[in-house]
Design a protein around this ligand. Structure first.
Ligand SMILES: Nc1ncnc2c1ncn2[C@@H]1O[C@H](COP(=O)(O)OP(=O)(O)O)[C@@H](O)[C@H]1O
Ligand SMILES: [Mg+2]
Length: 303
């Protein structure tokens, strides 16, 4: 159920739709200046002019080193699901890692709740808790030697402020597992004894244990069968509604975008080429690259 696009924005060639802004205006719609120079009150995450280059300075000087992320800007409001879609190598994961603080950027800013956030090691515990990531490979992101109970309990040892209040840890773990559609007996199992879908539910439960405000999912369903994908996407949509989560969903798969996203940002060679509500994007793709992606997805469906 796509929401109206209230605050899309970008620089350079980004095509902005679903937001009223005067043509040619330098400051895009949605990024409202508030007294004191603050930006849009409802933006939970604001990424501005982000540049990441993995090459050496010398290579960059020679001009043979394209930016992996090249001037990317977007906003995400507190109850929104934004998908970043694009083919492999377009820079999606790098953007996600910058938001989570696992990747440094050379230029630009990442604001969370209006404040700049740097590498994860320099973030306050509260910010580290607030932004959680779910990775692509469900089994590899869970320690095979630990039981599910220990995996979840470990997050509370690292972040005691998120530990359950008024419940035993075991009871809180049972609740979390129920929230992600798992039986309590999963708590005693190790990741190696679980299916891919179950592992991904555990990864989501581990993230939720810290009561995050933003979930960054990087190809979180790409390794799963299509039917399991749909179950996990429905789970995420339900959790988002129940817990008021924002979700940044990275995927190369437009079928997944259609199931989960309110808004979509299309990445191509490090740049955002188009952002639109999911409805608009599928009905009237604006950028030729988006049309190409949609055509390729339709070909796959028809194959
Ligand atoms: N750690 C890294 N070191 C060097 N190059 C990288 C690194 N991570 C990503 N890249 C390069 O940056 C570009 C974008 O990669 P990535 O963000 O992983 O794209 P996507 O997630 O869209 O597939 C690619 O050309 C990739 O090879
Ligand atoms: Mg990736």
């Amino acid at each position: 159920m796509p929401l109206p696009s209230a605050l899309r924005q970008g620089t350079g060639p980004v095509r902005e739709r679903g937001a009223a802004h005067a043509p040619g205006r330098r400051r895009p719609a949605g990024r409202l200046s508030l007294p004191g120079g603050n930006v849009s009150a409802s933006a939970l995450v604001e990424v501005s002019d982000l540049v990441v280059n993995f090459h050496s300075r010398r290579e960059r000087r020679r001009g043979s080193a394209p930016n992996a992320v090249d001037g990317v800007s977007f906003d995400l409001s507190a109850d929104e699901t934004l998908a970043i879609v694009g083919e492999s190598g377009s820079g999606k994961t790098t953007v996600a890692r910058c938001v989570v603080g696992l990747q440094a950027h050379q230029e630009g800013t990442v604001l969370f709740d209006g404040a700049p956030v740097g590498p994860v090691t320099r973030r306050s515990p509260a910010t580290r808790r607030a932004i959680q990531m779910v990775f692509q490979d469900p089994a590899a992101s869970l320690n095979p030697r630990m039981t599910v109970r220990s995996i979840i309990a470990e997050t509370w040892r690292t972040h005691p402020s998120a530990a359950p209040d008024g419940l035993t840890w075991d009871a809180a773990i049972d609740e979390l597992l129920a929230d992600v559609g798992l039986d309590p007996d999963v708590a005693t199992r190790r990741a190696t004894a679980l299916s891919g879908g179950q592992c991904q539910r555990v990864s989501i439960a581990r993230a939720l244990a810290l009561r995050p405000r933003l979930l960054v999912c990087d190809e979180a369903v790409s390794a799963l069968d299509v039917s399991v994908q749909s179950q996990i996407l429905r789970l995420l949509a339900g959790l988002r509604a129940a817990r008021g989560l924002a979700i940044l969903f990275i995927t190369h798969d437009l079928g997944v975008v259609r199931q989960i996203a309110d808004r979509v940002a299309v990445m191509h060679r490090g740049r955002l080429v188009e952002t639109a509500t999911a409805d608009d994007l599928f009905e009237q793709p604006g950028h030729p690259y988006t049309r190409k992606l949609l055509d390729a997805a339709l070909d796959l469906e028809g194959a």
